[in-house]
Design a protein around this ligand. Structure first.
Ligand code: FES
Length: 167
């Protein structure tokens, strides 16, 4: 239904409801298809760390999936009993990585490198795994320090340990 008001464009009183319906339909269709929709990470707080950097606090994900905190350039991924925090940028030439459907991992849109959900390199031009960030668990909160990154080629032990194991 359309109504006219003075000095304004015609108002569409049904548009908001239609947009809400379409948004719900997309979410429902994604759920039915089993697709992993990367949701924005729910940020609890960004705090100064004792080392002078900044730590970021996120709620512990309740289920497997991926959230992206584009503002802080952090990927949070829960998969197979572990939670990882990754740098958003591809380790090859710093392009922002994307989530592949069905929790299949990550892909770089620039040169098509692919990575498993735990950040392990699969194929493409990159020469190492995705960079993992320091992450610790405090109850139901994950604390990530984006200034502390572990590169698998120069620090394989640090890279392997940079995760939270759920029990
Ligand atoms: S920038 Fe990602 S593979 Fe080249």
């Amino acid at each position: 239904m359309t109504s006219m008001t003075p000095d304004r464009e015609p108002a569409c009183t049904g548009c908001s409801a239609r947009r809400d319906f379409l948004r719900q339909a997309v979410v429902a269709a994604s759920a039915i298809a089993g697709l992993s929709v990367a949701a924005p990470a729910q940020l609890l707080a960004a705090l100064e760390s004792p080392a002078g950097g900044r730590t970021i606090r996120y709620p512990l994900p309740a289920a497997d999936g991926v959230s992206i905190d584009s503002r802080n350039e952090v990927i949070l991924c829960r998969a197979a009993g572990s939670v990882f925090a990754f740098a958003l940028s591809c380790p090859h030439q710093n392009t922002a990585l994307r989530v592949m459907p069905k929790n299949a991992g990550f892909q770089c849109p620039r040169h098509k490198s692919k990575y498993q959900p735990n950040g392990t390199f699969v194929s493409g031009r990159a020469t190492r795994n995705m960079d993992r960030l320091q992450i610790v668990r405090e109850g139901d909160v994950l604390v990530v320090d984006p200034a502390v990154a572990f590169e698998s080629d120069t620090d394989p032990a640090g890279w392997a340990a940079a995760k939270v194991t759920l029990t």
